[in-house]
Design a protein around this ligand. Structure first.
Ligand code: CP
Ligand code: NVA
Length: 329
């Protein structure tokens, strides 16, 4: 096991391929222990703080359950329940919390906020999602891919949707580091930052991976092992963004037709939450306003045999547990 004690977990650009693979292995081991009922209270007596400036179901629950399984105390600070940013700076918050806790999770807006928190914290800081990156999601997705295909390197993953935001950025970095073939598929207005593309392409050259930007959704889906999508409007973006996004992103909706172009054993993945039916308030509002019943993925694909979304969601917990354990002990 590679030693990651006292390291922050802010983005996968900061980690080597060996470190990333080793976290996935540790997660697989912890998952097996959990399934067999073997206790793994490796962090008994420690305490962690979870700061959420945006809402969450998976990430919050994953940190809480992982923390409890590891024998720790867990304190949740919700988007309105702390002084952070409003009455107390990030630098001061970091020093206060680091005096009481052994690790701090942060979900919020700009990546520079979590980087600043880490700079001023003497205990590890874990990124639970920023506008730019979602690294704990990546580990869960890698574990899910490994469980399905028995390997990560060489897997062809195509992402459909907003390629300028946290999920597409994270896939470029992760795929490059892990020697995967990543295709980001969108209208070119939604192509990622060219500096990050350049950096990831240089990494991919070293690992045998590749990064491709593609405007044609059918070409993007062809022979892929994984079709991946995310919401078209992310947390923190205004509701007014929907009209333009629907127009720009509709051709990139993951449908049975796109799944049919992918490789024979292709799977569908999504970080969740997903708009695939009318079971949500926003989904119903969009339906009333624009007449669409399903957005980034059709219900048929979401509920279909190739969908791995709930396995993926469970893996958030096992992989977050690996990050906590690896950086604290
Ligand atoms: N995928 C993910 O991060 O989900 P939550 O927003 O529910 O944490
Ligand atoms: N892009 C999405 C990811 C949610 C897990 C968001 O930031 O809202």
């Amino acid at each position: 096991m590679i030693n990651l004690k006292d390291r922050d977990f802010l983005k996968l650009l900061d980690f080597t391929p060996e470190e990333i693979f080793s976290l996935v292995e540790l997660a697989a081991d912890l998952k097996e222990k959990k399934k067999k009922g073997i206790p793994h209270r490796y962090c008994e007596g420690k305490n962690i703080a979870l700061i959420f400036e945006k809402t969450s179901t998976r990430t919050r629950c994953a940190f809480e359950v992982a923390g409890h399984d590891l024998g720790m105390g867990v304190t949740y600070l919700d988007p309105s329940g702390s002084q952070i940013g409003k009455k107390e700076s990030i630098a001061d918050t970091a020093r206060v919390l680091a005096g009481m806790f052994d690790g701090i999770e942060y979900r919020g807006f700009e990546q520079e906020i979590v980087e600043e928190l880490a700079k001023y914290s003497k205990v590890p800081v874990w990124n639970g999602l920023t506008n730019e990156f979602h690294p704990t999601q990546m580990l869960a997705d890698l574990l899910t891919i490994r469980e399905n295909f028995g390997r990560i390197k060489g897997i062809r993953l195509s992402f459909f949707g907003d390629c300028r935001y946290n999920m597409a950025n994270s896939w470029m970095v992760t795929g490059a580091k892990c020697g995967m073939h990543i295709t980001l598929c969108a209208n070119r207005t939604y192509f990622p930052d060219s500096e990050l593309v350049k950096e990831c392409k240089a990494i991919a050259e070293q690992t045998g991976g590749s990064i491709t930007l593609e405007e044609d959704p059918r070409a993007g889906a062809k022979d892929a092992d994984v079709l991946y999508t995310d919401v078209w409007v992310s947390m923190g973006e205004p509701m007014e963004a929907w009209a333009e996004r629907i127009e720009q992103m509709k051709p990139y909706q993951v449908t049975e037709e796109l799944m049919g172009l992918a490789s024979e054993n292709a799977i569908f993945m999504h970080c969740l939450p997903a708009f695939h039916d009318l079971g949500t308030t926003i989904g119903r509002q969009i339906h009333e306003q624009f007449g669409l019943k399903e957005l980034e993925v059709t219900n048929e694909v979401f509920e279909g045999p190739a969908s791995r979304v709930f396995e993926e969601a469970e893996n958030r917990m096992h992989t977050i547990k690996a990050v906590i354990a690896a950086t604290l002990i």
